[in-house]
Write a protein that binds this ligand. Structure first.
Ligand code: GDP
Length: 316
């Protein structure tokens, strides 16, 4: 069994590749909920939805987020009422948030709701939230400490970043299905998908029980770099690195995860960085990591699994 840790769109692509190789019993995808937030009275889980829509084949590939075949009448009507319009909610997407919010209000856990929504959309593989508790990613910037969606959407990632924190992570427990996967005797590798390390993966790693389980693991932990040729494919990861005083590169991804990793997959564009990363004590595999098609996703997923299987159970 493989455990994949994922954020939104970048993570969803590799998760989709893994789904095409592994059986529903052979994969658990644990997803960041640090950027969940309450908006217009609705509980919105952007990363869970990105992974869910992608695995259901319902995602919009051109816009890069949300549902395909979307319409925007709700937003138009809200604007006419001079309501809050900084966060776009498509008409079809709205149904997900309304149904999730209704079930949460009725006392269901986010885990249970996620399983139900995925089941209704025909997804057989397990997508599990990292936690059922509230964890909020906060972005520390030169303009003050800002909740993630305010920074990301309302302020379009403009404030200069100085750090991150995850409010509520101290007391939050991983979800039962995530905990079971971490402890499973069938677990053979853990894969960190190519997601933003600061705001998609670190919230997951910030849960004490997750950090402890990873520290004590007996299976390889491999990551795929989301930074290719010194930039991100999408989103603020490279900008964040530069503002934190780091050179945006796959080598900085290696030092960010550091000795927690048993291996890192980097893009062929960055092949020249492999010796430097290997010198940090992290075995490195060079591959074509830009996923533009379902075949790219599957090929990369297979390479990641083969690479992980080639690594010795860690001896650190
Ligand atoms: P978000 O929460 O929707 O922004 O998504 P993630 O955090 O999961 O993904 C954002 C990261 O994914 C960015 O740093 C991108 O560079 C990276 N990414 C997106 N597509 C790809 C891809 O095809 N290959 C690789 N290696 N990284 C990707």
């Amino acid at each position: 069994m493989i455990l994949a840790l994922a954020g939104g769109v970048g993570g969803a692509k590799l998760a989709h590749g893994l789904v095409r190789i592994l059986s529903p019993d052979g994969l658990v995808i644990a997803v960041n909920t640090g950027d969940d937030f309450e908006h217009l009275g609705l509980h919105i889980s952007p990363d869970l939805d990105s992974v869910m829509y992608k695995l259901a084949g319902l995602n919009d590939t051109e816009r890069g987020w949300g549902l395909a075949d979307e319409s925007w009448h709700f937003m138009e009507a809200l604007a006419r009422l001079e309501g809050e319009t900084w966060f776009n909610l498509g008409d079809r997407d709205l149904a997900t948030h309304v149904e999730r919010t209704r079930r949460l209000a009725a006392g269901e856990t986010l885990s249970h709701i996620t399983a139900a929504l995925c089941g209704a959309l025909g997804i057989e593989h397990r997508i599990v939230p990292m936690t059922d508790s509230a964890v909020h990613t906060m972005v520390t910037t030169e303009a003050g400490t800002i909740p993630f969606q305010d920074y990301f959407v309302r302020l379009r990632c403009e404030p200069v970043v100085t750090g991150f924190s995850f409010a509520g992570a101290e007391s939050a427990r991983p979800t039962p299905a995530f905990t079971a996967a971490l402890k499973s005797a069938d677990l053979s590798a853990i894969v960190i998908c190519p997601s933003n390390p600061y705001v998609s993966i670190d919230p997951i790693l910030s849960l004490a029980d997750v950090a402890a389980a990873l520290e004590g693991r007996r299976v390889p932990l491999v990551a795929v770099s989301p930074i290719i040729g010194g930039g991100a494919i999408k989103g603020p990861a490279a900008k964040m690195m530069a503002e934190l005083g780091l050179q945006p590169s796959a080598a900085s991804i290696a030092s960010h995860y550091g000795r927690r990793l048993d291996g890192l997959v980097i893009d062929q564009t960055d092949g020249a960085l492999a010796p430097k990363i290997e010198a940090m004590g992290i075995p490195t595999h060079v591959a074509q990591t830009i996923m533009k098609s379902a075949d790219d996703e599957r090929t990369l997923a297979q390479e990641v699994l083969t690479f992980a299987a080639s690594l010795n159970v860690r001896s650190k």
